[in-house]
Write a protein that binds this ligand. Structure first.
Ligand code: NAD
Length: 476
C-alpha cells in the first residue's frame, strides 16, 4: 500500500529533516512501519521563521479575493484527491476509509468557508466626535502563527487553523502530529499546487517540545494555536504567556449525554453507539458519561450493549468495518487502565472491556455500569470507545453530575420536551450542546471549550477573528 516519503515544507520547498529522523510512523491496524519521521533542526526552524516573516507583508497586502481564490483552488484539488488522501489517512491513523472521506469533506468545507470569510473581515466606522473626522476600525492580520495539531483528525483540525489564518492574511508554521503527518502534508501540497506564495504556510516535523520551545518565543510569531490534551495545552499557554502571545486552545473533554425518560430510544441508541465509536471514540467531543433517567436505565443499558456489540471492528481499509483500531499503542494501555480502575472500584463490564487480537490496536466497544463518580474513569478523559452509564432521578441531579468536572467542551441531551431542551441548553456548562444530536462541530458554527477544555473558537465567523487584530484609526 502506498504511503508517501515524509518531508518538511519550508519556504515553498520540500526538504528532509536537518537533524535526520526521530522515529517512525506506524500503521495502527498492522503495527507495520510506514515511513521515517524527519527531525527538524534548529536551522530548519529558523528557515521556517524567516520564510513566515518574509511572506507576511506581501500576503497581508494580497487582496482578500485573491487569497480566497487560492483557498478555493486548493479545496478543488483536495476534492480531486480525496480517495488517495483518505487511503493515506486510514494507513497512518486507522479510521475507516468512510470516516476519512467524511473528514476530508469537512476539511474542504473549511477551505471554502474561510475563502468566503476572507472577503467579509469587515471593519467599521464609528460616529465621529468631531465634525469631518473619521473614526475607523480596521481588521488586520495578527501576524505569523505557530500551530500545533494532533493525530485524531489529521486533516480537518489543521485545515480549520490553516484556512482561517490564511484567509485573515496571516502566515503560519504548523507542526502536525508526529504520528499522522502525511494527511496534513497533503493539505500543504494542495495549497502549493493552488499557487500559494512561498513561505505563507510552512510545515515542520520532529520532536514536539523542541519545535514549540523554538517557535513560540521567537519574536516573529504573533499567535499560538493548539489542539490536543489539557497538560500540553497548559504547557504551551505558559510558554505563550511568557512571551505575551495570544493563544487559542482546543483541549480535551469528558462529555455527558443526558438521556431523559421521554427520549426516543429508537433514534437515541444508534446515535449513542455511533457517537461513542466514531473514530474509535478518539474525539474530544465524544460522549463518555451517559446519564440515564432511572426509569429507563436498564432498558438503555441492554439496548446500548446490543448496539455496541454490533459495531464491526476491523481494518479501516475493509469496507465492512465500522470502527478501526485505536491510533496508537498508548490508547490501548489507557483503555485497559480505565477498565481495570473501573472494575476495582466496583463497576460492571457490560460489553467489550478488552483488546481484540494481538496485532494492531483494536479495542472492543465497551460499556461500563456502576462506575463510581469518584473513580478515575469518571474524571479523566477516556479518548476511546468506552461508555459509562449511570442512572439519575431528577434534572438537577443530572445537570450537577454533567457539570461536575473541570472539562467543558460538549454536552448532550436526548428528550422530546421543548422545556427540558431549553433548560439543559442553558444550564449545561459546555462550549457546545447537542439536543437529540452529537453534531456540535460544524464549519459554519463556533467551536470552543469552557473551563479546562480551552479558550477561543474555531469555525464560524468567530474562527477568523482569532487571527485578526482590530486597529483603531482616528483621522481628525
Ligand atoms: P499528548 O498530550 O502527548 O499529545 C497530544 C498532541 O500534542 C500530539 O499531537 C503531540 O505532538 C502534541 N504535543 C505534545 N507535546 C507537545 C509540545 N511540547 N509542543 C507542541 N506539541 C506537543 O497526548 P497523546 O498521548 O497524543 O494523547 C493523549 C491525550 O491527548 C488524549 O487522551 C486526549 O485527552 C488528548 N487529545 C486531545 C485531542 C483533541 O482533539 N482535543 C486530540 C488528541 C489528543
Amino acid at each position: 500500500m502506498r504511503y508517501p516519503t515524509l518531508e518538511q515544507f519550508i519556504a515553498g520547498e520540500w526538504r528532509p529533516g536537518g537533524d535526520g529522523v526521530c522515529g517512525v510512523v506506524r500503521n495502527p491496524a498492522t503495527d507495520e512501519v510506514l515511513a521515517e519521521l524527519p527531525r527538524a533542526s534548529a536551522s530548519d526552524l529558523d528557515d521556517a521563521l524567516t520564510a513566515a516573516q518574509d511572506a507576511q507583508a506581501p500576503w497581508r497586502r494580497t487582496p482578500a479575493m485573491q487569497r480566497a481564490s487560492i483557498l478555493l483552488r486548493a479545496a478543488a484539488l483536495l476534492q480531486e484527491r480525496v480517495e488517495s488522501i483518505a487511503l493515506t489517512m486510514t494507513l497512518e491513523q486507522g479510521k475507516t476509509l468512510a470516516e476519512a472521506r467524511v473528514e476530508l469533506g469537512a476539511a474542504i468545507e473549511s477551505f471554502q468557508w474561510y475563502a468566503a470569510e476572507a472577503g467579509r473581515a469587515y471593519g467599521r466606522i464609528i460616529p465621529a466626535r468631531i465634525p469631518g473626522a473619521r473614526q475607523m476600525v480596521i481588521q488586520e492580520p495578527i501576524g505569523p502563527v505557530a500551530a500545533f495539531t494532533p493525530w485524531n483528525f489529521p486533516a480537518n483540525l489543521p485545515a480549520r487553523k490553516i484556512s482561517a489564518a490564511l484567509a485573515a492574511g496571516c502566515t503560519m508554521i504548523l507542526k502536525p502530529s508526529e504520528e499522522t503527518p502525511a494527511s496534513t502534508l497533503a493539505l500543504a501540497q494542495a495549497l502549493a499546487d493552488a499557487g500559494l506564495p512561498k513561505g505563507v504556510l510552512n510545515v515542520v516535523l520532529g520532536v514536539p517540545d523542541q519545535i514549540s520551545s523554538h517557535l513560540i518565543p521567537s519574536p516573529v510569531i504573533r499567535k499560538v494555536t493548539f489542539t490536543g490534551s489539557v497538560p500540553v495545552g497548559r504547557h504551551l499557554a505558559r510558554l505563550a504567556a511568557d512571551h505575551i502571545k495570544p493563544c487559542t486552545l482546543e483541549l480535551g473533554g469528558h462529555s455527558a449525554a443526558l438521556i431523559f425518560e421521554d427520549a426516543d430510544l429508537d433514534t437515541a441508541i444508534p446515535l449513542c453507539a455511533l457517537g461513542k465509536t466514531r473514530n474509535a471514540g478518539q474525539v474530544c467531543t465524544s460522549p463518555t458519561r451517559f446519564l440515564v433517567h432511572e426509569s429507563i436505565h436498564d432498558e438503555f443499558v441492554g439496548r446500548l450493549v446490543q448496539a455496541m456489540n454490533g459495531v464491526r471492528l476491523g481494518s479501516g481499509l475493509d469496507p465492512s468495518s465500522q470502527m478501526g483500531p485505536l491510533a496508537n499503542a498508548r490508547r490501548i494501555a489507557a483503555m485497559e487502565r480505565i477498565v481495570n480502575e473501573a472494575k476495582s472500584a466496583g463497576a460492571r463490564v457490560e460489553a467489550g472491556g478488552e483488546r481484540l487480537g494481538s496485532v494492531g490496536n483494536f479495542f472492543r466497544p465497551t460499556v461500563l455500569t456502576r462506575v463510581p463518580t469518584d473513580s478515575e474513569p469518571m474524571n479523566v478523559e477516556a479518548f476511546g470507545p468506552v461508555a459509562m452509564v449511570r442512572p439519575f432521578s431528577t434534572v438537577d441531579d443530572a445537570l450537577s453530575e454533567a457539570n461536575r468536572l473541570n472539562y467543558g467542551l460538549a454536552a448532550y441531551a436526548f428528550t422530546q420536551s421543548a422545556a427540558t431542551a431549553v433548560q439543559v441548553s442553558e444550564e449545561l456548562e459546555a462550549g457546545g450542546v447537542g439536543i437529540n444530536s452529537f453534531a456540535v462541530g460544524h464549519t459554519e458554527a463556533p467551536f470552543g471549550g469552557t473551563k479546562d477544555s480551552g479558550y477561543g473558537y474555531e469555525g464560524g465567523v468567530e474562527g477568523i477573528s482569532a487571527y485578526l487584530h482590530s486597529k483603531y484609526v482616528h483621522h481628525a
